[in-house]
Write a protein that binds this ligand. Structure first.
Ligand SMILES: *Cc1c(COP(=O)(O)O)cnc(C)c1O
Length: 363
């Protein structure tokens, strides 16, 4: 079976975890701090705070930069559910915007039309490893006195112009879930250049405790990362350039093998963006010889796993329907019917890639 994704774990990660476990310092032995430092260096950012997952990172980041009850946060209608759940968890109201047809990311030209007196922030997502259009997003934010939150769960090591993902907004978040480019099984990171946001986030992820033990200054959460997990991520970080290069080269082979097929659209790469291909997502339109469902079935018959990221717009999910203002969202509504993601991960062999391409070409 060729799986859709596979973490790139080797003896280095295993040895490092074993070492932490033998040390007896499972939580606060210094690995977390090391990881935070390395992430700061990667993003050329001032502050980083590790969390136990990407969703908690987003939740704490939103509160840290002042998003609270009654605020509206403009966000994309195509993402993993956590990017919107974090807004709801912070007590704010998500306001959905349609996406760009080519990049699948929030369409900046629509953001302005959604701004009201209650708008506090824009939460953009870098879907599939390609960053959103931050020059435009940050400009709109500046003109309207809004904050920008970057959901970079899928885009570690990507860049936008000369800047690294994780440093494209007022506050950014990574996820280290098992399917992300860098993993610690579960894990996350908050990144910012604002001392104020950093200090607040640090308190929020540790029960609301400030400076010394039992000094609680507000409601907080237990969102801390463990040293065991940080040990995994630290080894992964040593391989980040290899992992990125591998993913990009697999994408290049797919693109060469799948271009010019009727009804099949290969991923678009913005010229200004260094795409890290957390997913390789194609579109199967009704001009393709078979339906998307049959396409998936035919690949499954050859033991090739595919996945639909994502099968519905966020505003169609039951608990988020209440935020659907019934604006027309033609792009996302058609994208969700056409997208399908192909296997992409460093251990994928050239034989497997060629089999996938050949199978698709035969269909
Ligand atoms: C994975 C992901 C998250 C959440 O991260 P977890 O670590 O799974 O909590 C948030 N946003 C996006 C876009 C993601 O892909």
């Amino acid at each position: 079976m060729i799986h859709i994704s596979k973490p790139y774990i080797n003896y280095q990660e295993i040895n490092s975890v074993t070492k932490v476990m033998r040390s007896g310092n499972l939580t606060q032995g210094g690995m977390v701090k090391k990881l935070e430092k390395i992430i700061c260096k990667l993003c050329n950012a001032k502050y980083a705070i590790a969390t136990n997952n990407g969703t908690s990172a987003l939740h704490a980041a939103l509160i840290a930069c002042g998003v609270s009850k009654g605020d509206e946060v403009i966000t994309t209608s195509l993402s993993f559910i956590a990017s919107t759940n974090a807004i709801v968890m912070a007590g704010a109201t998500p306001v959905f915007a349609d996406v760009d047809e080519k990049t699948f990311n929030i369409d900046p030209t629509i953001i302005e039309k959604k701004i009201t007196k209650k708008t506090k922030a824009i939460l953009a997502v870098n879907l599939f490893g390609q960053t959103a259009d931050y020059d435009k997003i940050n400009k709109i934010a500046k003109q309207n006195n809004l904050l920008v939150i970057e959901d970079a769960a899928q885009s570690i090591n990507a860049s936008y112009g000369k800047k690294k993902s994780g440093n494209l907004a007022d506050i950014s978040c990574f996820s280290f879930y098992a399917t992300k480019n860098i993993t610690s099984a579960e894990g996350g990171m908050i990144i910012t250049n604002s001392k104020k946001f950093y200090e607040k986030a640090k308190i929020l992820i540790n029960h609301g405790q400030e400076n010394k033990q039992y000094n609680y200054v507000r409601l907080g959460y237990n969102y801390r990362l463990t040293d065991i997990q940080a040990a995994i991520a630290l080894e992964q970080m040593k391989k980040i350039d290899f992992i990125t290069r591998k993913r990009r080269s697999i994408a290049k082979i797919y693109t060469a093998g799948l271009k010019n097929l009727k009804g099949l659209t290969i991923p678009f790469e913005s010229p200004n963006v260094f795409h890290v291909f957390n997913q390789y997502t194609i579109k199967i339109s009704d001009k393709f010889p078979v339906s998307r469902n049959n396409f998936i079935k035919k690949l499954a018959k050859k033991n090739i796993q595919t996945k639909i990221y994502y099968p519905q717009p966020l505003f169609s999910i039951p608990h988020l329907k209440q935020y659907d203002k019934k604006f027309k969202m033609p792009i996302v509504s058609s994208i969700v019917k056409e997208v399908v993601s192909l296997p992409i991960y460093p251990a994928l062999t050239i034989q497997e890639i060629n089999l996938i391409i050949k199978t698709i070409r035969n269909i």
